[in-house]
Design a protein around this ligand. Structure first.
Ligand code: F6R
Length: 641
């Protein structure tokens, strides 16, 4: 899914910054097709000469789409994997094979159960081994790879620590299959699969860097923004055991296949004008000037001709005639993104405003993946839209029920229980819920019944936040999208019923303006799936008359903010509005004081939101624009089917 246009200098690794050949695709879907094609061509070429094809395989989020494509090719195109022998990179330790989190389960679930591979050709490190058995197994794993003739093609993902397999920083280039300890960041990243940190194993068996380096060909795949910094470090940085993936720079037949988001920090994407001749458009000019200002610590209007010349940007001087002219063009462009009228300013000239003046008032739909993302990311704008007289609807896509601690629910039930006792109408129901919570605490998991109450609790919190901002309850929609309702951190794939629910709401409200979370940091995270659901709904309604006159604005989720150069609308937030926003966030009591899913950031949600909005205002200020307390920013999305 590409939601903003990225300018990336052309050429496959053919620039002075990249030390590994990199192929960039617009989307992961396109990329995996190319990788699957290469695998299948190799398998078939080997089959034609009655040879086995030895594949090294990875697990994790990155190869899931690749395996789906291989399964599709087997089913629809009759591709056979009978001659394939596989060696998986790694397995957690300890880890029973049947556990849903095991790589054994993963590989069977995503690939092996759906193709015609001979089960005896499958090799996956054994997470059930103990003590000396582990070393013996590891030595034998190496021998088995050798006996199979070595790995023809090794598929890799990359961890944010720069690990390949589970070769964490500090691994030797010659390391072999062995027991390893997982890095702290790797453990944090695995929380999404295990539910909580204490359930994530701290050890694993992994093929070594040396084992991987011996593969005849290596393809490393990476998707999403979260991987962008480590991709840059690996592709452009120095070879170092502190980023084990950099050892791949020394492999003679390696290829990185990544999507545009994962490529976004490579020089060719971040500073494309340093790599090749570029076709300048407004956004790219803005980006170049902002980068220059940031580097020189100067506001836009103070940048001089020589600054452009010294930084590979003489092109812009030539195009505009002088530094002053470039500066003024970019200054005005940035200035026009700022608007205190997110729903458009009625009865006024809107030719340079981000939103159109008419119609007024507008019907506005604010999609929020979880019940608090709207207030965290755009609470100031949400309150303003209400205050400026628009018909604002808050739409909560998922229940967010797994993010409620049992203890918190218990406390709420206790309050209700005590109330009912005091009022002289003791209610057995509350007692029963409390008992069920006790039972669940001792047995683990999330029972359906308790999840139902957690859903209700989060709905009540969202209603309180909406009430606080002036959104009436009849304009608050809880979609409870089914894909989310698995009761565990692993979600179901999006289905038609998820899309239909959104389509029905869109057609019922016929909004003039839509806000949605444009979060791509985690390609399989709930935010990204929720955005995908909206995009698929847009595919259905895109010919409707109302949709043709609907503006779609994307905010970022709790984790990241849009880069200033991408922003189409920046809504200033005053100190008092920031405090309203904070209070709206507080209404989500179950997420305060250390939420169940904090991500990498130890700060409370309101703190992150404020820091982030203040930081954006500061960036604008440093560029020489007006000084605001805080700013919420949006990117306009134009749908193309
Ligand atoms: C998996 C493996 C790891 C992953 C890496 C990226 O077998 O060895 O190196 O490839 O942690 O994981 P995802 O793809 O989940 O981001």
């Amino acid at each position: 899914m590409v939601i903003t246009k990225n300018y990336i200098a052309k050429g496959e690794g053919a620039n002075r910054f990249e030390k590994i050949p990199v192929q960039i695709y617009e989307t992961a879907d396109e990329a995996v097709k190319a990788v699957a094609r290469e695998i299948v061509d190799l398998v078939q070429m080997k089959a034609a000469s009655s040879e086995k094809c030895v594949l090294g395989l990875a697990t994790g989020v990155s190869p899931i789409k690749l395996y789906q494509e291989l399964v599709r090719m087997h089913r629809e195109e009759g591709v056979s994997f009978r001659n394939v022998v596989t060696f998986n990179l790694d397995e957690y330790l300890p880890m029973p094979k049947e556990s849903e989190q095991s790589y054994h389960y993963f590989m069977h679930h995503h690939l092996f159960d759906h193709i015609d591979i001979d089960p005896k050709n499958i090799h996956i490190p054994d997470g059930t081994l103990k003590g000396d058995e582990i070393d013996k197994f590891c030595r034998n794993y190496e021998k088995e790879i050798e006996a199979a003739g070595g790995i023809d093609l090794q598929i890799l993902g990359i961890g944010r620590t720069g690990h390949i397999g589970f070769n964490e920083p500090g691994s030797f280039i010659t390391s072999q299959t062995r027991k390893v300890f997982l890095n702290d960041l790797t453990i944090k990243d695995a929380i999404k699969d295990f539910g909580s940190r204490d359930l994530v194993p701290t050890k694993a068996i992994t093929m070594g860097v040396g084992t991987i380096m011996q593969a005849r060909r290596v393809i490393l795949m990476a998707w999403g923004e979260k991987k962008a910094p480590i991709i840059k470090a690996t592709v452009e940085g120095r070879v170092s055991d502190s980023v084990p993936a950099t050892f791949l720079q020394m492999h003679s037949n390696v290829q990185f296949v990544i999507d545009e988001s994962a490529a976004s920090e490579l020089t060719r994407a971040d500073y494309p004008w340093l790599v090749s001749k570029v076709d300048w458009d407004d956004k790219l000019i803005r980006k170049a000037v902002i980068r220059l200002c940031q580097k020189l610590k100067k506001p836009i209007l103070k940048v001089e001709d020589k600054d452009y010349q010294d930084n590979g940007l003489s092109d812009l001087i030539e195009k505009f005639g002088s530094a002053n002219k470039v500066n003024i063009a970019v200054f005005n462009d940035m200035q026009h993104t700022i608007s205190g009228w997110p729903g458009g300013k009625p009865n006024s000239d809107d030719s340079t405003r981000p939103e159109r003046a008419n119609p007024y008032p507008k019907r506005v739909l604010i999609f929020s993946p979880h019940p608090d993302d709207d207030v965290i990311s755009m609470g100031g704008t949400e309150a303003r839209l209400v205050e400026q007289g628009h018909e604002v609807h808050a739409v909560y896509q998922t229940s967010g029920n797994i993010a409620v601690f049992d203890d918190y629910l218990y406390e709420m039930m206790d309050i209700a229980d005590l109330f009912s006792l005091n009022m002289g109408h003791p209610d057995e129901g509350y007692k029963q819920v409390k008992e069920a919570i006790w039972k669940q605490k001792s047995e683990g998991g999330n029972s359906r019944e308790i999840l139902k109450y957690k859903t209700a609790l989060r709905e009540a919190e969202a209603l309180a936040a909406c009430r606080f901002m002036g959104i009436p309850s009849e304009r608050v929609h809880f979609l409870n999208l089914p894909f989310y309702e698995t009761g565990s951190v692993k979600k179901n794939p999006l289905g038609k019923e998820d899309i239909d629910i959104i389509v029905n709401l869109l057609r019922e409200v016929k909004p003039h303006q839509i806000y949605a979370a444009g979060d791509l940091a985690d390609p399989h995270g709930t935010h990204s799936v929720c955005l995908d659901a909206i995009m698929q709904a847009f595919d259905v309604v895109c010919e409707d008359d109302w949709f043709k006159d609907c503006y779609v604005w994307l905010y970022r989720g709790a984790w990241l903010e849009w880069e200033v150069e991408k922003v189409d609308m920046a809504v200033p937030v005053s100190p008092s509005e920031l405090s309203i926003k904070r209070q709206a966030i507080y209404r989500h009591g179950s997420q305060n004081n250390g939420p169940a899913y904090p991500g990498d950031d130890p700060r409370e949600f309101w703190q992150r939101a404020e820091d982030r909005n203040r930081n954006t205002a500061d960036l604008y200020n440093k560029l020489g624009m007006a000084e605001y307390e805080a700013m919420e920013v949006f990117v306009r999305y134009k749908h193309r089917k």
